[in-house]
Design a protein around this ligand. Structure first.
Ligand code: SF4
Length: 324
């Protein structure tokens, strides 16, 4: 049996090229080596989301992005977190062995509490416990993460060690599969690319929408006029050329520095390359979207397969804890 991978994505929006270059291409590649479980973590989303009117739609959009990018629902398990409610039961049981002090120290809890002082809910502080339950309910041992997420995984490992010490060896300690996710800066040139900051290029955009959005991008702020020499190394458009125009980057950099190319043409070139690179994914996505039951069927099948594993684990946990 292959090692098992677990990874979750919050259904806050359709996926963008930052997600595509980072997590999604990695998800596809991991299928070659591991048994993969990919989860749309809708309960996690509730810790920061109060308006849930778009939640179901967002789940569908994320899954369409996954399928179009090459995640294979026959090989991997794709499901929605809340469709396997055993995870919430395990979360409650793990919360009995997790000292509150461990959770209050988590840097992302402090950040989120500052960001939404009007909604510092219980779920926010318990987030790492639910994340641990997500992973260990399936006894996954491989968690693909960037190094910024290592503290979360270390906390999950501490919870596992504590549980195993108290009740006997039950869970394997999950390990990180460190992935150097490129940090894709948004088109505003400031924040990480993301839907909430309105600085993203969504995978599902049309070529026209892609061009339109790229035209709004901030470039080298020192290049005010067409004849000013540019500084590609500080330009966000140039950093995207690195991914989508790899064979032309030197040439673009030279032309930018010598003002032989203007930003408008440079952006048009980038749009062309992004559009041609994403064309197969977009075509597949459009085709999949016409099958009205597809996403629901994939998720129902995934939940059923996930639940088989989840129930076995939960029974074992309850026995160890003296609940059965
Ligand atoms: S020409 Fe291209 S790389 Fe140079 S500043 Fe303009 S957009 Fe950036």
């Amino acid at each position: 049996m292959n090692k098992r991978v677990f990874s979750g994505v919050r259904p806050t929006a359709r996926q963008h090229i930052g997600n595509y270059l980072g997590a999604m291409q990695n998800y596809v590649a991991l299928q070659e080596e591991y048994d993969c479980i990919y989860c749309v973590v809708d309960i996690h989303a509730l810790t920061t989301m109060q308006d849930t009117s778009e939640l179901q739609n967002n789940i569908r959009e994320v899954v369409l992005d996954w399928l179009a990018s090459g995640i294979d629902p026959q090989r991997s398990i794709l499901f929605v977190q809340s469709h396997v409610p055993e995870v919430m039961e395990l979360h409650t049981l793990l919360s009995m062995v997790t000292p509150l002090g461990w959770l209050l120290r988590v840097p992302t809890f402090k950040e989120k509490a500052k960001l939404q002082p009007e909604n510092v809910n219980y779920g926010l502080v318990g987030y790492p416990v639910l994340m641990t339950a997500d992973i260990i309910l399936y006894k996954a041992t491989v968690v693909p993460i960037g190094d910024d997420q290592l503290p979360h995984l270390e906390l999950a490992r501490e919870i596992v060690r504590r549980f195993n010490n108290l009740f006997g060896k039950t869970f394997p300690e999950p390990g990180a599969k460190l992935t150097s996710y490129p940090r894709i800066v948004g088109l505003d040139g400031k924040d990480k690319m993301g839907k909430s900051t309105n600085n993203a290029i969504e995978i599902a955009f049309t070529p026209e929408e892609t061009l339109e959005r790229i035209m709004t991008a901030v470039t080298d702020p020192a290049r005010r006029y067409r004849n000013d020499p540019g500084h590609p190394e500080i330009c966000n458009i140039y950093s995207l050329h690195n991914y989508f125009s790899p064979s032309q980057t030197e040439d673009i950099a030279d032309q930018c520095r010598s003002a032989k190319i203007g930003c408008v043409d440079c952006k048009k070139l980038l749009a062309q390359h992004i559009n041609s690179s994403l064309q197969p994914v977009r075509e597949r996505r459009a085709q999949l979207a016409t099958k009205s039951h597809l996403v629901a069927d994939v998720l129902a099948d995934g939940a059923q397969r996930a639940q088989v594993i989840a129930r076995q684990t939960l029974t074992e946990v309850k026995e160890k804890m003296g609940l059965i």
